[in-house]
Design a protein around this ligand. Structure first.
Ligand code: UDP
Ligand code: UDP
Length: 467
């Protein structure tokens, strides 16, 4: 879309493209945007990174500081969020609430974007802001690509959801796309099935509709694991009018985090340790935490366990003894290591002692697991995680016990079940081999001739021509 604000360089040369990135709240959104920024910079794209300010978690602000120090060539611009009003204050989740806050501050982007020099070639926006940011970039004549930070399978639900609504705004059926396995209602994020409106449902409806008007949709996935889904999206089987969906993953970890002392891990035998983590924003009930701890001890396996007691890290201030109780903590210490602070997960998953990952199936955690060839025991807790867990099982990266349900506070999975499933997966040598095979394929996708590398290079060429 040529426009008055974006001109061909005077000489008509292909210039260095300049791209602005706008991530959403939470590490699950920030991390893939940082990885994408680093990747674009390595392809000689000039990158402006827009950071909504303040962040929800300390992890986000620390990660940003470290990143910007490691990549001085990337420019940061802050989007100062407007003060809260009361209308959505009783939000179900502090992160969704922050999405809404950024959405309501989106108009502040207009002067910010048009003041950038050299003028932008394109913008890359988190999917959560599609409906509020596209009108702004449209009025500036700026191509806007949506970066969808979950799986392509989840994208099929995101763009279809608004078409599936019945009377009362409820969903009656599973999502069926010709040629793809269904997404049963029971695997959809539970808030989507509620009759009443909630933030997540509104995001799905508003953003899902508007995605058809974007210049393209980027997904952190690759042909090897989601080729049918990618084909269905690009062949118009999911929705007739979608822009091209481009797989650019798995985005490689980039090393800017300060590394941690892992003496305990260094002392463990190769492939012997199960890493247990439910990501950056999921806290289990105390009761479930204690059953899990008991189950891990009873499994007889070695484990490294990131215990999370509150959704937002700054509020997670109780000591391990209080969360686990002294007796359980003593038992835990005999077989494993429990920590309550932020761990650099990439460093852990790439450690030779790690042999398995008990994961909530956040998309970044899965992409890090396959990047490192670590088999996964899936325990989805909310959101997109059951859809992702299904993929884990289908591609042979790991197992998923569906009877464990969502991580809601009504059901508690018992220690005996956890112990048994953990010892089964740690003893499963076939999965171990499959995970290594998946790692090789994942790395090929982003290697020199890989499918994701080629797609990204083609995209950057488009931006060069647009200048
Ligand atoms: N993460 C980490 N240390 C932790 C918890 C999480 O490094 O203690 C990282 C993890 O490696 C991943 C991101 O935070 O890159 C979490 O994203 P994901 O999509 O897995 O889940 P979410 O936290 O959004 O539920
Ligand atoms: N499938 C899907 N989404 C995908 C990939 C596959 O729903 O992204 C479906 C696919 O249509 C097939 C089943 O899942 O019916 C198994 O697919 P998989 O990729 O495991 O193996 P293959 O299709 O090669 O047998």
């Amino acid at each position: 879309k040529p426009s008055s604000s974006i001109k061909m360089s005077d000489s008509g040369d292909l210039r260095v493209p300049h791209v602005a990135l706008l991530p959403s709240a939470g590490m699950g959104h920030l991390t893939p945007f940082l990885r994408l920024a680093a990747l674009l910079a390595s392809h000689d794209v000039c990158v402006t990174f827009i950071t909504p300010n303040p962040t929800v978690s300390l992890a986000e602000s620390q990660s940003l500081t470290n990143f910007l120090m490691a990549f001085p060539q990337i420019t940061r611009k802050q989007l100062h969020l407007l003060p809260l009003d009361e209308s959505c204050a009783n939000s179900e989740d502090p992160f969704y609430y922050h999405f809404e806050l950024i959405r309501r501050s989106s108009h502040l982007l207009s002067p910010l974007l048009s003041s950038l020099s050299p003028p932008l070639s394109a913008m890359i926006t988190d999917m959560s802001f599609t409906s509020t940011v596209l009108p702004i970039t449209d009025s500036l004549g700026l191509p806007n690509y949506i970066f969808f930070t979950s799986s392509a399978k989840m994208l099929t639900l995101y763009v279809s959801f608004h078409t599936m609504l019945g009377p009362n705004h409820t969903i009656k059926d599973d999502l069926q796309v010709p040629g793809l396995g269904p997404i049963p209602k029971s695997r959809m994020p539970p808030p989507l099935l509620q009759e009443s409106n909630n933030l997540l449902k509104t995001f799905f409806i508003e953003n899902g509709k508007k995605m058809t008007e974007s210049s393209g949709i980027l997904v952190n996935t690759y042909e090897g694991i989601e080729s049918e889904t990618m084909a269905a999206l690009n062949d118009g089987k999911v929705l007739r009018k979608l822009p091209s969906v481009i797989s650019i993953g798995p985005l490689a970890p980039c090393f800017f985090e300060t590394s941690q002392q892992l003496q305990w891990l260094n002392d463990q035998a190769t492939g012997s340790v199960l890493y247990v983590s439910f990501g950056s924003r999921t806290a289990m009930s105390r009761e479930q935490i204690r059953e899990l701890g008991d189950g891990l001890v009873r499994s007889g396996c070695r484990f490294l366990w990131a215990v999370k007691d509150k959704k937002v890290d700054i509020e997670d201030d109780e000591k391990l003894t209080e969360v686990l109780g002294e007796e359980l903590l003593e038992r835990v210490k005999k077989n494993g290591l429990a920590v309550k602070n932020w761990l650099n997960q990439e460093e852990i998953l790439s450690h030779p002692a790690i042999g398995g990952f008990l994961s909530h199936c956040g998309w970044n955690s899965l992409s890090e697991a396959l990047w490192n060839g670590v088999r996964v025991l899936a325990w989805p807790q909310h959101g997109d995680q059951k859809v992702n867990a299904d993929l884990v099982e289908r591609i042979g990266l790991g197992t998923w016990d569906k009877s464990w349900g969502w991580g809601d506070r009504e059901t508690v999975v018992k220690a005996e079940d956890i112990a048994q499933t953990v010892s089964e997966i740690m003893g499963n040598d076939l999965l171990k081999l499959q995970a290594l095979h998946i790692r090789d394929e994942a790395r090929r996708a982003v290697g020199d001739d890989g499918s994701s590398t080629k797609s990204l290079a083609a995209l950057i060429d488009t931006w060069k021509k647009f200048q």
